[in-house]
Design a protein around this ligand. Structure first.
Ligand code: SAM
Ligand code: SF4
Length: 437
């Protein structure tokens, strides 16, 4: 029974800015002599603006890290690193050859919901959200987008906290849209949102060419939403309205629904979510519950991928729908394993961050709202691009910081062994709301 969990106190005791890993730090990987690399611009020359922004071709000194021979490092699932890969600046290629062309940007660590697995209830703890001056401005973000694109980033996703609560959210999307319009090959742009405020921004997203919307929705039951998100059940209606509005524009938007499954809370709704894919061309993704500092994670609450798959098949059996079909991923770096119910329009995904990790194909780097570059969701270290930006450094210096962060990336799980190690050391990584999912 889902209400059982309401009795458990979710202790977000140390979800505080300034504690442990939330403090901005410089990387530990030493940078010795610089060498030079260059990257050709992806911006169409004909479309360059008359006013000069940062240069379109960037000559960058590339740091030589303490690892002299990356080719010597080989681990299962990861190919050895070339010095630089085609179309990607070497600053984005790590020791294991992974090309980090996917940038996830947290626009704020504030949120209008208080999901139990993610956020402390307001007033419950002394959580201090980042203040305005700590957060990267829209101008700083624009400069970083420009730089990352020129280094080879091809995919940008906005996340948070809740990205849509930022006052200048529309402006940030418009800015990236303008940049996107100047590219020969458009970027893949996306947002991860709780959907409460998204509907009014849909025209802005369309204008900017942002097609990929991941909507977080953990329950189809309004009363459960109230318990899970600690907000009015009426807001559940707003999220459902957003889902319908986005779903109705499937000529443009690609909609994915993220469901974090928790035993005793919403694992009994798997069937209901599967049925959404019968008429709608969307993708419902079931996520394993992950441990973050103070979110009361335990193995018993997590629904492992094998149980999710068994439960999906049970629903198909109950409805006489045949066997769940496995379908290939859209790209090798996709984190979801994909499934389909025969004859249904949409598809299903399982994201097994805990029991079956996908670190081997990871191509993600993250920027927190306060401008820290993070090389892994579970990493313990951050490199402050904001400090660099505010001391007026050149793109070359910023690129050096990016290269240092990427080079320091561990093979998997931010250097942790397994899910138990992750849980034990959860307090050392940033909470999800600060890092962006
Ligand atoms: N507020 C936005 C939202 O909820 O979609 C974006 C930020 S949220 C941190 C990004 C994603 O992380 C959401 O899909 C959310 O469900 C997921 N998430 C948060 N905490 C999680 C946890 N402990 N385990 C698994 N997924 C989690
Ligand atoms: Fe907010 Fe998203 Fe975290 Fe829920 S999961 S509290 S909506 S940031």
């Amino acid at each position: 029974m889902w209400a059982r969990l309401a009795l458990e106190k979710v202790a977000h005791s140390s979800l505080r800015r300034g504690s442990g890993a939330a403090v901005t730090r410089r990387g530990k990987v030493s940078v010795s002599a610089p060498r030079t690399g260059s990257v050709a611009s992806q911006v169409a020359p004909a479309a360059r603006p008359a006013t000069a922004g940062p240069p379109y071709t960037v000559e960058v000194p590339r740091p030589r890290t303490s690892i002299e021979s990356p080719e010597a490092i080989a681990i299962p699932g990861l190919s050895p690193a070339p010095a630089a890969a085609a179309g990607v600046h070497s600053a984005l290629v790590d020791r294991f050859g992974r090309k980090h062309q996917y940038l996830r940007v947290s626009l704020t660590d504030r949120c209008n919901l208080r999901c139990q697995y993610c956020m402390p209830e307001e007033g419950e703890e002394d959580f201090i959200p980042s203040t305005k001056s700590e957060v990267l401005t829209s101008g700083e973000l624009k400069r970083l987008f420009h730089l990352f694109i020129s280094l080879g980033v091809r995919k940008i996703r906005f996340t948070g906290g809740e990205p849509t609560i930022r006052k200048d959210f529309g402006q940030i999307i418009t800015d990236v849209g303008e940049l996107n319009a100047r590219l020969v090959e458009p970027l893949s742009l996306g947002i991860t949102t709780n959907g409460v405020r998204l509907q009014k921004f849909l025209p802005v997203l369309r204008d900017a060419g942002l097609r990929n919307i991941n909507l977080s929705l953990d329950t189809l039951v309004p009363a459960k939403f109230q318990f899970l998100a600690r907000r009015s059940a009426a807001w559940h209606g707003r999220v459902m309205d957003t889902l319908r509005a986005v779903g109705a524009q499937d000529d443009f938007f690609r909609l994915k629904v993220n469901v974090v499954l928790m035993n005793g809370v919403n694992e009994d709704e798997i069937g209901g979510f599967i049925d959404l894919t019968e008429q709608w061309g969307l993708e419902v993704r079931f996520l394993e519950f992950m441990p973050f500092d103070g979110n009361a994670w335990n193995k018993g609450k997590m629904v492992p991928e094998k149980d999710i798959i068994a439960s999906m098949q049970r629903h198909l059996d109950k409805r006489g729908l045949g066997d769940l079909q496995k379908i290939p991923p859209d790209s090798p770096s996709d984190v979801a394993r994909l499934w389909q119910v025969p004859g249904f329009r949409g598809r299903l995904g399982t994201i097994s961050s805990m029991t079956n990790q996908f670190c081997g194909g990871c191509n993600r780097i993250r920027i927190t709202s306060s401008g820290e570059l993070r090389n892994c969701l579970f990493g313990e270290e951050g490199w402050s691009l904001r400090d660099d930006l505010r001391t007026g450094v050149t793109d070359e210096v910023l690129t050096e910081t990016i290269a240092t962060a990427v080079t320091a990336k561990f093979a998997k799980l931010g250097g942790k062994k397994d899910m138990h190690d992750l849980n034990a050391r959860g307090g050392l990584s940033l909470p999800m709301v600060a890092l962006g999912g």
